[in-house]
Write a protein that binds this ligand. Structure first.
Ligand SMILES: [Zn+2]
Length: 290
């Protein structure tokens, strides 16, 4: 399962604009309120998300309606969090959690962080108020409606004659190499963003670009779009303001790294990151399997 995907929640979008119905769900004895430490997950002894029951939902001033798990309506508290931790700080917790719990927590984290950053109307500057059961904000002054952002990011491998290009950023743990990535800009397609980023960061001229998979990345609200590009040549011109290093790796090197071989020439990204899925896909394309 690709990290942050696989939620089993029924989001019940049709109820979001029915405040009376949402109020009934909040008051329901089945209602459950997600426990959080800041924006981080709180886990029970078996690595599952912790929930408050028994009326806790009704005492929370602002709520996000996550949807239903079976008959139970699930909510998250919308509290202002000023100091969200970095992504890597929760990787240890995520490693204990089920895919469905990671996906659910990731969606809640993105939404809560979005509310924290969008308290004022981007159109006229007036304080906004929550609507759509937490899936939007609106401005009473100018009537503008604001919806949660998803920011597309391309993340890619370049391949050339059986080798693959990986880079490292200065803040990575020692020996880690991963796929290059960058935000899609207005006015470009996914393929054009891949080609531009490879050109800017590594001096690569990209030919054909193949889409592989995508993943939500809730730090705070990216959609990672994973691709593999054919490089026309292997000469590199590294932008050291973006990357500490970038190198070509052989299939054998990538295989060893993904097998967590202690002798591997680099440390791969963690399983939660789609960069690792991308490396596995490069080694063994799904189309190659019967
Ligand atoms: Zn406004």
């Amino acid at each position: 399962m690709i990290g942050f995907t696989g939620s089993r929640i029924e989001r019940a979008d049709h109820l979001r604009l029915q405040p009376e119905r949402i109020a009934e769900l909040v008051a329901s004895p089945d209602a459950r309120l997600l426990e959080l430490a800041g924006l981080d997950p709180v886990l029970d002894g078996e690595g599952r998300l912790s929930w408050c029951e028994d009326g806790a939902t009704g005492s929370e001033p602002q709520l996000l309606f996550l949807g239903f798990e079976g008959d139970a309506p699930l909510f998250a508290p919308l509290r202002r969090i000023d100091n969200a931790g970095p992504a890597w700080a929760v990787f240890g917790q995520l490693a204990q959690m089920s895919a469905a719990d990671i996906a659910l927590w990731g969606a809640a984290r993105s939404l809560i962080a979005w509310h924290g950053r969008h308290g004022f109307c981007a159109n006229c500057g007036t304080a906004t108020e929550l609507f759509r059961a937490g899936w939007g904000r609106r401005c009473a002054q100018c009537a503008a409606e604001h919806y949660p952002r998803v920011d597309p990011v391309v993340i890619m491998l370049a391949e050339h004659r059986g080798r693959v290009l990986l880079g490292r950023q200065p803040q990575y743990p020692a020996r880690r190499y991963s796929a290059l990535a960058g935000f899609v800009e207005p006015g470009e397609s996914i393929e054009e963003a891949v080609a531009r980023e490879l050109g800017e960061e590594a001096g690569i001229v990209a030919g054909k670009v193949r889409y592989v998979a995508s993943q939500p990345w809730p730090f705070p609200s990216s959609l990672m779009i994973a691709c593999i590009a054919e490089a026309e040549a292997d000469a590199l011109r590294i932008d050291h303001t973006e990357l500490e290093d970038a190198r070509w790796f052989t299939r054998d090197e990538v295989e060893r790294a993904l097998a967590d071989d202690a002798e591997a020439s680099f440390l791969p990204p963690p399983p939660i990151a789609i960069a690792r899925t991308l490396m596995a896909e490069w080694l063994a394309p799904r189309g190659a399997h019967p």
